[in-house]
Design a binder for this molecule. Structure first.
Ligand code: ASP
Length: 587
């Protein structure tokens, strides 16, 4: 309702957001998905409607009929789309009453999240949550239109299927008709989309639900949604370009306030690990890292020397303008580093901010273990690009550990120094991931992406060699502001190579036949070269909505322990159900 509706007679239905009794007139803010409108009841206009209005309470569902009028100037509210009008109700019908909700239906709700999830249907009535649902719908609609215009077919694939490894545990569904046998819920439709390429579909997509039974972290759900897509006769750059166009168009249309950096850089994996210590770096700020193992080796510092002896590295970054930290500041910072798991941290504080002689004598304060002459500090500062007033943070240990700790520290400084602009979306593709990674716990090789990923051109021969860690793959990720938003790869499409990869991963011939016989066989019937990607929808909508958690953009999410607080699932089942399935719970 706006000014153009003035004098018209309308029927409105919705929820009582609030009721104000001004003695002689009652104002009701009526709410529905589209917003709020003020309804006025007066005994002069309709004693009956006024009488009913006296009974109304928050969240009652009503239908009112009345005339739209312009509000008197003193009660105009330009902050509200309907702020210039009100509806004078001459009829009102109570469609349903409501218990008092356990929390206010408003945006700045202070209620505990568990209570919000228990009463999710009320939580979703809050305007912000409605906006999130609408945005999610728009994102999915944008994706569908975009891909339809480019010749993609949307095809559904089964939920009851067989194990599709993506590195997590499967959710299993027992079969009643074939006792003792199980379906697995798909960790992703990976093999199905590849089979569709063998079928000649050429361009497939699906808004696909994926199920992974893993310990949940803050931004994970046991079931989540991906835009799953696959294309035949493509190379890596074709998939990246399509993905870039999709994200760029979508952000421009649905989150026009966000700043994009275009084109999305393509960054080799080795380079991002070297510079940022992480394969999903936040690129909104620099704080690039430098390895200084050689300089560290010149010291007599026990920690550095034993690390280097054991094949470790010493690496660090410069926190600009933070050389003024006091000794106790530094101790606090070391505590923070330890919270991130770091074994320790060394530093060099450079005094003389803004002075050209920043790197002069007496300007270096080194952490206790580092007793080195000024000339060493100067070479360190020069190598790392530090100058007067800066703080150098150094860590020592095995490369993957050091990278992990330092990247946590880098993000900590990015945050603390306010370097990460909230309105910037810093997208980039990370390319050339290693094909395998060593699983130290189980003492075996694992796929870095998944077993269907192709090795980089010319790297197949290395599969027969010793250095499996050095084999580059055709896997790529899309990252943004420190999160991974999509993963994909060019796939293997020949049986022989695929079998070889399974062999490296430690599957026996029988296991390969039992688990993957279907796809290996399909590869023998003219499988075209193909590749694809799978952007996560939940995290994307979270970023576009500026929401705090992915749970705020999923209608019915689960808690960190995988519980649905509204339905109370998972839950025990009847003995009869178990009997049907020939199952017994032993604990
Ligand atoms: N299936 C993969 C995943 O879920 C994505 C892909 O390779 O397309 O991560």
């Amino acid at each position: 309702m706006t000014l153009s509706d003035i004098d018209s007679r309308q029927t409105l239905a919705g929820w009582v957001d609030s009721r104000r009794d001004h003695g002689g007139v009652i104002f009701v803010d009526l709410r529905d998905r589209s917003g709020i409108i003020q309804v006025v009841f007066s005994p002069e206009l309709s004693p009956e409607a006024y009488g009913t209005a006296e009974q109304l309470r928050s969240e009652w569902v009503i239908e009112v009929k009345g005339q739209v009028r312009r509000r008197p100037p003193e009660s105009e509210n330009p902050g509200l789309p309907t702020g210039f009008v009100e509806v004078f109700a001459d009829e009102v019908k109570v469609l349903n009453s409501s218990l008092t909700p356990p929390f206010y239906i408003e945006d700045d709700v202070r209620a505990d999240e568990a209570l919000r999830l228990r009463y999710r249907y009320l939580d979703l009535r809050r305007p912000q949550m409605q906006r999130n649902l609408i945005l999610r719908h728009q994102v999915v609609k944008y994706i569908r239109d975009f891909l339809d215009a480019r010749g993609f077919l949307e095809i559904e694939t089964p939920i009851l299927i067989k194990s599709t490894p993506e590195g997590a545990r499967d959710y299993l569904v027992p079969s009643r008709m074939q006792k003792g046998s199980f379906y697995a819920l798909p960790q992703s439709p990976q093999q199905l989309k590849q089979l569709l390429m063998v079928s000649g579909v050429e361009r497939y997509f699906q808004i696909a639900r994926c199920f992974r039974d893993e310990d949940l972290r803050a931004d994970r759900q046991p079931e989540f949604t991906q835009l799953d897509l696959e294309m035949s006769f493509v190379e890596q750059e074709d998939v990246l370009q399509l993905t870039e166009e999709l994200y760029t168009g979508m952000v421009e249309k649905l989150a026009p306030d966000k700043k994009l950096i275009q084109p999305f850089p393509r960054l080799p994996y080795d380079e991002v690990i070297a510079k940022y210590g992480s394969d999903k770096p936040d690129l909104r700020f620099g704080l690039e890292m430098t390895e200084v193992t050689d300089l560290a080796g010149e010291t007599e510092f026990r920690v550095f020397l034993s690390t280097i002896e054991n094949g470790g590295i010493v690496k660090g970054f410069v926190a600009p303008g933070q050389g003024h930290y006091t000794g106790s500041d530094m101790r606090r910072l070391e505590e923070t580093a330890k919270e991130f798991g770091a074994a320790g941290m060394s530093h060099v504080r450079i005094q003389g901010e803004g002075q050209p002689q920043g790197l002069e004598e007496d300007n270096f304060l080194l952490s206790p273990g580092l007793r080195m002459p000024v000339e060493w500090s100067r070479r360190l500062a020069e190598k790392m690009g530090a100058s007067g007033g800066d703080l150098i943070v150094l860590m020592a240990g095995p490369p993957n550990r050091v990278n992990l700790w330092l990247s946590a520290m880098r993000e900590y400084f990015g945050d603390r120094l306010g370097l990460a602009d909230e309105n910037t979306l810093s997208f980039a593709f990370v390319t050339g991931f290693p094909l395998f990674e060593w699983d130290e716990n189980n003492k075996r090789w694992d796929s870095s992406h998944h077993p269907f990923t192709s090795p980089a051109d010319g790297k197949e021969v290395l599969l027969d060699g010793e250095n499996l860690a050095g084999i580059e793959s055709k896997a790529y990720d899309l990252v943004c502001n420190g999160s991974e938003l999509a993963s994909g790869s060019i796939r293997i499409h020949r049986r022989e190579l695929q079998e070889k990869i399974f062999g490296v991963l430690g599957y026996s011939k029988e296991q390969v036949e039992e688990r993957f016989g279907h796809i290996l066989e399909a590869f023998e019937y003219g499988a075209p070269p193909h590749g694809g990607i799978a952007p996560g929808i939940d995290r994307l909508v979270t970023i576009l909505a500026g929401a705090d958690s992915i749970r705020d953009v999923i209608a019915f999410p689960k808690t960190q322990s995988g519980t649905d607080l509204l339905f109370g699932s998972p839950s025990p089942v009847d003995a009869a159900q178990l009997r049907d399935l020939s199952l017994r719970v032993t604990e």
